[in-house]
Design a binder for this molecule. Structure first.
Ligand code: R5P
Length: 283
């Protein structure tokens, strides 16, 4: 199997290839003078089994993925791994006239098999034109958090939507877990209320699928610290960390931020490569 990493997932593709005992294929990424993207896979893919790995946090990354898929038209079998799928949060129409953007993107992915990692909304998988599987990084996150050696930590989801994730992260590790209640006021403003959580004197790890503007986590950190938490850590799968999110989080008093490498940032300290490699071995 040939592993091809797109521009947004070069490290993850290289790690996945290594986990499978191979090297990832070299690609060239460039731009034409007018700004359009140029890409070339510097290896033969004709009649080969090929796996593309490319997150799509930006529109350009999505175009790169479409170019990679097109470049592999002669492959015997094409698997596409989208570790972080942009637009996955736009999974329904909120107002008449809006597109279901997640569906619009999913419909363009022309492959034999598709994999995502902790996609924001699993119903999006049904929009892909080929069988699609969502891989769960919860166990990897849980093991990483356990390695902190925190005394009696409590894992907390900032909203009910992340309750399943925090439960899976805690699973088998014996951590207490709970969730808060979130009301979204705008794209980057939320109100957070407690549910039953008593964090007095405890180390708290807030767990969510992604941190985007940091609004959800910043409010949660403030509230938990006001309620007597000793330290608040953040753990997420996808470190979108848009605009000034990191500054907002540290100003709110976070102790540390950890995430996976579905997006390649300074905070991406644990790799989902073993998860992807295992899924590819099962094919
Ligand atoms: C939403 O339901 C997600 O799970 C995250 O809680 C949300 O995307 C985080 O966004 P932000 O960091 O902008 O508050």
């Amino acid at each position: 199997m040939k592993i091809v990493g797109g521009p947004a997932s070069q490290l993850l593709a290289s790690r996945t290839a290594r986990a499978l005992g191979t090297d990832s294929v070299l690609c060239e990424f460039n731009r034409f003078p007018d700004g359009e993207l140029y890409l070339r896979i510097a290896d033969e893919t004709e009649n080969e089994i090929v796996t593309l790995i490319q997150s799509t946090p930006t529109d350009s990354d999505l175009v790169s993925l479409l170019q990679l898929i097109d470049a592999c038209e002669g492959a015997k079998k094409l698997n596409v791994v989208i570790p972080y799928m942009g637009y996955a949060r736009q999974d329904k129409k909120f107002k008449p006239g809006e597109p279901i953007s997640a569906r619009a993107v999913a419909r363009c992915i022309n492959a034999d098999r598709i994999f995502t990692v902790n996609i924001h909304e699993k119903s999006v998988l049904e929009h892909f034109p080929a069988p699609a599987e969502n891989l769960d990084a919860a166990k990897l996150l849980g093991e990483y958090i356990a390695g902190f050696g925190l005394e009696n930590p409590i894992l907390v989801a900032p909203d009910a939507g992340a309750e399943g994730l925090v439960k899976n992260v805690s699973s088998g590790l014996g951590f207490d877990y709970d969730h808060l209640q979130k009301t979204r006021l705008s794209g980057d403003t939320v109100i957070i209320k407690t549910k039953n959580v008593d964090v007095t004197g405890r180390h708290v790890v807030l767990v969510d699928d992604m941190i985007a503007t940091g609004g959800t986590m910043a409010e949660s950190i403030r509230m938990l610290r006001d309620q007597g938490a000793v330290d608040v850590y953040l753990a997420c799968v996808h470190p979108v960390l848009a605009r000034n999110a990191v500054l907002r989080l540290f100003n709110a008093g976070v102790r540390d931020i950890i995430s996976t490498d579905t997006l390649e940032k300074a905070e991406s300290r644990l790799s989902v490569a073993p998860l992807i490699a295992e899924a590819l071995k099962r094919l």
